[in-house]
Design a protein around this ligand. Sequence first.
Ligand code: PXP
Length: 246
Amino acid sequence: MLLGVNIDHVATLRQARYAGMPEAHNAEPSVLGAARAAQAGGADSITLHVREDRRHMQDADAFAVRREINLPLNLEMGATEAMLEVALALRPDFVCLVPERRQEVTTEGGLDVAGNLDKLRPLVAALTANCSRVSMFIDPEEEQVRASAAVGAPMIELHTGRFANTLGAERAAETARLAAAAELAHSLGLEVHAGHGIQVDNLAELTAVPHLTELNIGHTLISRAVFIGLEAAVREMKAAVTALKW
Ligand code: PXP
């Protein structure tokens, strides 16, 4: 199981103080430093989301990580022409297409691939031609899985937000939905990833979802890093992931 580490919230913290001057000599914390710490802790890739409103990661952060960090880079982005231009210049190893609404705190729902086939097909083709492998961040729904295959994406990332935010019967039902979506995706030849709200405490239940090859984890790692540092937080998560049978 691969561990992708999302370091957006390191930039969130920097922007809280240095929004007008993210590249100033005294701006902190360092996004590059975070990527290095994640790598030292055992991250298999670095994920960052350059949002349309640039609320946390700036374009310069993405280019610096691309240039300086010797790990695969996964760019999360909205499906827009403006972001396509950034991605074509950045050439990340992976692009994860996500929905974006300005008012949301974080990515709240999956991308409506089925409702945007004609818009997404050329976008996926352009990114693929530029050597980025594309995944679709989707809710665990049959039509979204089928649509992801139809637009030519080789991978999906299943949205685990509802799984993470519920307990008991509701969580069991959501786990079953995730498992069914993963099974279908695998049968269609798609690689299956998962992300959103994953924590050490809910990892074991996630093993019920078959065919997962990568987890993308952010918020809990940055939260834990406040107390033990990012390298240790990533190492702890990596150990917890590796200890389970997937
Ligand atoms: N995957 C995607 C596509 C996301 O948008 C996010 C949140 O930015 C994550 C994974 C990570 O979620 P979390 O921060 O809850 O671990």
